[in-house]
Structure formats: structure tokens, C-alpha cells
Design a protein around this ligand. Sequence first.
Ligand code: ASP
Length: 590
Amino acid sequence: MKTVLKSHNCGELTAKNIGEEVTLSGWVACVRDLGGIIFLELRDRSGFFQLVADPQINPDIHAVFSKLKTESVITVKGKITKRPDETYNPKLATGEVEVYPTFAQVLSEAETLPFVLDDENVSEDVRLKYRYLDLRREFMLHNLTLRHKVVTAMREYLNGQDFLEVETPILNKTTPEGARDYLVPSRVQEGKFYALPQSPQIFKQLLMVGGIERYYQIAKCFRDEDLRADRQPEFTQVDLEMSFVNQDDVIAMVEGLVQSAFKAAGVDVQLPLKRITWQEAMDRFGSDKPDTRFGLELFNVTDIMEASTFQAFKDVIAAGGTVRAIKIPGIAGYSRKDMDDVRNLAISFGAKGLAWITYMETGEVKSPVLKFLNEDQIKEIQTRAGAQNGDIVFFVADKPKVVFDVLGRFRLYFGKKLNMINPDDHALLWVVDFPMFEWSDEEGRYMAMHHPFTSPNLEDMDKLKSGDLGNVKSIAYDIVYNGTELGGGSVRIHSPEVQKEVFKALGLDDATVQEKFGFLVNAFRYGTPPHAGLAIGLDRLIALLCRTDSIRDVIAFPKNSGAKCLMSDAPGEATLQQLRELHLKSTVKK
Ligand code: ASP
């Protein structure tokens, strides 16, 4: 659309515009004075365009351009002309044409920027402090544009499937996702607090009770967690819920959604996606979000080790532990120091120790644990590993959770180190049949692995009632892409009786349930459709599609790892007056 200061976008002008009078506005990307003639690169969101000022041809403009600072905002008028062959730039979309402006005006002069926009080495702190400048960089513009395209495609897909986009409140009661809430003190209700939503979970289920049948929302969620690695205190989910569906219905719907999202990013996804059970994912990959772009699968040697004379392993097995192994090919030549590093790595991943068998290039088999194994056992390990000369097989013995975690991370470490991962592969799959509960050493009790509204597998109701919680499966599913959880969801409980059993298993008494989730539980007494849903982590999805490691690179104004906005300095202090109004006292000494 034409505006008063822009008849065209810089990046869209080509030879077919030659002869047209245009008004262009944008930022001065660079000014080059070549023997008196000034070439100015004008930049707007669409791209770059060359302006020329020649003291012989347009001296007034030359006078303006010669004083210009880069990144100032200017507007110009002039006629599109064909560039002479010498300055023709085939690399630039607009490289065939240029304008000798007849009018130029500085709309806003820029001071010298705190960093050069195309400096790749500028620190992230500086980028975040001056995020509005960082956004001018091509890479950030590209990421935000892709984000917009993907979100648009997802909205269009869901709209086409009869979903209603409904907003849910930000000022809430506590939510069930299990992280720490962000609290907002109430001024009018003394001593009371709202919690910001960790997800719209309860509201979307209430929308199903309310008869909406198909809901989605591009929802902001808030979790006050330690921001290790790549988390943000506020993040975005593509959140959806459906009535009268089972797991297969949701999976089929989400596959279509994910396919359209990837398509918007230029990636074709073949459907249906593979599904593996949680148990298989753990057994083979040591992870509930397996990266299946490469092999290095784990295998079980508990039975062999149980029959061996290796007391340390036998003790672990007797205590309910497991022994799993992984074969790493071609590293038999590792030095003693290399092996120390590998052992330290395993320990840093949580292993108490590491055992191994080395299949030397010479055919010799070396191992500190060889003396505990008989010939058949050694052979059987080699067969299960498919080990050849040059390989090393590593063993970890511990509780299953520790073993899978260590070997899963080990697998990823060697997959990367040995260049086994093709970055152009797209491995999307479903992990299904999650356990319903997870033992928490910290809390000394079972916790919900997903959230307490997830339906147990109804075949496991007896186990639920008899307290055999470790063996109750849930109807929960995660979608995984290249080793990252893209999203997860579940079939929900819609029967008050089942819900009661689950709350009981989680150690929540009636009073707590009423206080925390009473409005949901009560709603279920008035006619509740079977329902299920899922949420996709949008920031992570976009980061993966943009092939950046950091979700901060796909969020316009992210926080740093201290949950701080370096640009605005949020969180800020409150005045005593504000605190008083909110019935709060600060305990921070000034
Ligand atoms: N609310 C869940 C989450 O945020 C997703 C879902 O179950 O739909 O992980």
C-alpha cells in the first residue's frame, strides 16, 4: 500500500520499474564516496536499494548525502533508471536499477550506533540491551518473518478444521503444570494473589465443558523456573483442545498442523509420523525425546551381568537396577587420557562409574571387567552390540532413570562428536504410552508425569487403585523433532471418579483439590464431553526451523538467563506507596 512517504518498498524495484517516479524511505545502510560520486544504500524491511548523488547531476542531494550518518532515516524522490554496466550488481535483487534523487530529506538523524549491525561477534548482552537495533539485522528480521509465516499457516490450518480461537485469562489461580507460579498481588483483595498461567490447561478443558468443541490459542505461558539452558520466563504455546476425540484423532489433527507449519518453512513432512512407546524410546535411545537421525542405540545386558561374577553390577541388579550398554564405533584407539575424559563425562552425566570392553583393531579384546565374564558372556555381549574390531562397548549400571539418562546423553555426545547427525534430516515422531506417574526423590512421592488431568490408561485402573503407581500408563503423547520435544498433550480424565483416584494417588486430599482445582472438578459434574488436546512450544519450533540454537533469537524482546530484560531493565523496583497499596512489605534491605 502506498503511503505518503513510500510509493514502493526498496527491495521490490526491478528493471520493470524503469522510468517510474518513486518515493522511497528507509535507513541509510551505508554511504560510499567514490571519487566525488556518493552511492547510498537505502534499507527497509523489504531489502536494499541504491541511490546516487553526483555533484554534476544532483548537487543539492549530494550536499545532503555527504553529511549523512549511517542508520539515519531518510526519504527521497526520483525516477528509476537503469544502472550502467559497471555498477550492475547481479547479487542484489534490485541490482539492475538505481535512483538519482531529485529530493531528499533527513527524517531522523542517527547517532553512532553502539555496535556495527553486521558485526557477527557482538555479545548477546549488547544485542539484548539495544534489541531495537538488533532487530534491524537481516538474521533477526528473517527469524521474525518466518515466525509470522509459520503462525499464520498454523492458524489457517486450524481455522480450516473448525477450531475457534479463544483467549483465556492471564490473571488466574494456580495452574497444574508443576512449575513455580508467577504471582501478582491483588490490591482490592487484601492478601490475595493471582497466578499467571503456566498454560491455559484448566481453561481449555472448561471450554470443552462449555461446548466449544474445538479450541486453539497462541497462548502466552509463564513459569518461574531457573532459566537453565534455553528457557524463557514467558513463552508461547500453540495450545489446542478437542471434544469427542481419542488419541488417534488428536495425533492426526496435530500431524496436519505440524505439516503445515513445516511447509511454511519450506520443509516437506511425510505423514503419518512414526510412533514409538515411551518404554521403547528409553530402551533404545535412553530418552523420551529421542533424536532418531542416527543409530548408536542402547542395549540391555542386565541378564548377562546378573549371571557374571562382577559383584558391583550384581549388587545394582539385586537392588532393582539395570545394566545397559552402548557401542561406540571406531574409537578403540583412544588413549588413556581420552578414556579418562570419557569416564569423567559419564560421571558428569550422573553415572557412578563406567565399565567398558575395547575391541582392538588387532582383534584383541581388552577390558577391566573381562575377568568377571566367561567366554560365552563375552561373545553374547559382542553379538548384541554388533561390535567389530575398533569399537568400544560402554556399560552403565544403576537405577533405570540414571542409566537411561547417562547413556542417552552419552549417545548424543558421541553422535555429535563422530559427525553422525545430518543437519538436513528431519526426524519427527510421536512418543506414546507415557507412565502416568514419576517418582520424585526430592518430594518422596509420586508426581504426575504430565499433569493431574491426564487420563490413565483405563486398563491400568486396578493398578491405580491398588497403589501400583509405577506401572500405570497414561494416554499421553509427545511429538519430537530431531531430539527436541516440540509439544505434548493427553486425553483428559472426564469422569469425576477417575479424577478422584488420580488425586488420591498424588496425595491430594479433598480440601486441597477443592481449593486448587475445585472449579474444574465441579464443572465436570454438569455434563463433560470426552476431550483431549496438546500444546506445541512455538518458540522452540521456530528456533529449530530457523536453525538457531537459541529461542531468544526468535523472540522479539526476550529476557536473559537472569529473567531480566536488559533493554527495559525489568523487573524494576516498586515504590513504597505501590507496595503499601498491594498490602506488601519489602524485606529487601536497601
Ligand atoms: N498444558 C500442557 C502443557 O503445557 C499441554 C497439554 O496437555 O495440552 O504442557
